[in-house]
Write a protein that binds this ligand. Structure first.
Ligand SMILES: NC(=O)c1ccc[n+]([C@@H]2O[C@H](COP(=O)([O-])OP(=O)(O)OC[C@H]3O[C@@H](n4cnc5c(N)ncnc54)[C@H](OP(=O)(O)O)[C@@H]3O)[C@@H](O)[C@H]2O)c1
Length: 373
């Protein structure tokens, strides 16, 4: 197994359920020592003020079973096997945190299979051969307009648990702010903690104002708001500009970064001549991809210095912001393995700033409108 780790640091890989402390080999002199030694040793970080600890990077499972946005609107056995291979490869490489949602792979979309159901099966199968395997699951409650407040949260969670075939999930998140009934949903998250059905709770697509309100509301019950999952990448830095990142840091809430490689764009595989197909093609147009060229060249150049791919540089850039856990989506084992290589090394401060300043010359794409609610 080729490892590129910090010169002096240690990195824990949890492989086949056994923790292995691997002494870093001197891969390159340019890799800086990671500062938080304790976290480094364990390979995990605490999620906000909760007791939950997860790997510094997670895997997003939105595309698993989905036919509404991903997979060319079709799901089949081959894609299912690739998703399962992504799940297993992640665990083999020590990334054990998985993010799903009740609406991923919604049956409203033709041919879809629910992502929680798939993840639940993958976990169950893995546990047959490795009973003690360490896995943390995050899922989400959908604030659908007909769900009226507090009383709707725990029943929805119980349905998620049934699909996942789990008695408890590690993190339960409100997927987006509801049009109404929002305070009720936050109370419902608190109920889920008190009933022992989840280890921690968070929100998603929350503005700074809503974040502070939810934090204070849960605090009155002695429950920490552990996380806010928002769109954040090198080319979508709204959380830095709208106060969300600063509020997360101030309140001790972990920012979970979704679409951290801009839905594949920061991998460098899409070019003006080869834009992504499907709904992504409408966001990341040839014109946009042309604009992105100099940044992608810079990402590649920096990556070469460390023996890292653009994907790994883009993810490491997010981790370098501190208090951020990226959750890139993997459709197959190769993608999942590449993500693991984003850990255990660190871009220099200069490189982090240089990339931000180059990225800031690019016109931002439109995010998920609910984050401005
Ligand atoms: N809370 C929310 O509202 C919300 C919204 C969006 C996402 N999320 C969460 O965040 C997760 C990740 O976001 P995302 O899936 O939107 O975007 P992403 O992680 O930025 O991009 C994932 C896509 O990039 C491509 N890719 C991944 N690894 C690659 C690699 N190593 N090399 C080349 N291409 C690679 C794959 O698509 P192709 O192979 O088809 O190019 C993959 O589906 C989701 O799965 C979900 O859990 C949450």
């Amino acid at each position: 197994m080729a490892l590129q780790l910090s010169n002096l640091g240690f990195c824990v890989f949890q492989r086949r359920g056994k923790k292995q402390l691997i002494k870093a080999s001197s891969a390159t002199d340019n890799v800086a020592t990671v500062s938080k030694e304790e976290e480094e040793r364990e390979g995990k970080v605490k999620v906000g003020g909760s007791e939950l600890k997860v790997t510094k990077l997670g895997i997003g499972a939105w595309s698993w079973g989905d036919t509404s946005y991903w997979n060319n609107f079709e799901w089949d056995d081959r894609k299912m096997k690739a998703a399962k291979a992504a799940f297993n490869a992640s665990i083999d490489d020590g990334v054990t945190f998985f993010d799903t949602a009740e609406v991923y792979g919604s049956r409203l979309s033709f041919g879809a299979v629910n992502s929680e159901t798939l993840l639940g099966r993958f976990i169950k199968e893995r546990k047959v051969r490795e009973a003690e395997v360490d896995i943390a699951v995050a899922t989400k409650f959908a604030a659908l307009p007909w769900r009226l407040g507090r009383g709707s949260v725990v029943p929805a969670l119980k349905e998620s648990l049934a699909r996942l075939q789990l008695p408890v999930v590690e993190l339960y998140q409100l997927h987006w702010p509801g049009i109404w009934g929002n305070e009720g949903y936050i109370d419902g998250l608190g109920d889920a903690v008190e009933q022992g059905l989840v280890k921690a709770v968070g929100v998603s697509n929350y503005s700074e104002k809503r974040l502070r309100e939810a934090y204070n509301q849960l605090k009155k019950r002695g429950i920490p708001l552990a996380s806010n999952q928002v769109n954040y990448s090198l080319i979508y830095r709204a959380p830095e500009e709208n106060g969300v990142k600063a509020a997360c840091d101030e309140l001790g809430i972990t920012l979970i970064a979704y679409s951290p490689i801009a839905q594949g764009i920061l991998t460098g595989k899409y070019t003006p001549e080869n834009p992504p197909s499907g709904p992504r093609g409408r966001i990341y147009t040839p014109e946009f991809l042309t604009q992105l060229g100099p940044l992608l060249d810079q990402i590649k150049e920096i990556g070469q210095k460390y023996g890292k791919t653009p994907t790994q540089v883009a993810l490491n850039w997010l981790i370098a912001q501190e208090n951020v856990i990226p959750i890139p989506g993997a459709k197959n084992a190769e993608q999942a393995k590449e993500f693991a290589g984003a850990l255990c090394w660190k871009l220099s401060d200069d490189e982090v700033s240089k990339l931000r300043s180059l990225a800031s010359t690019i016109r931002p794409v439109i995010g998920f409108p609910v984050e401005r609610l």
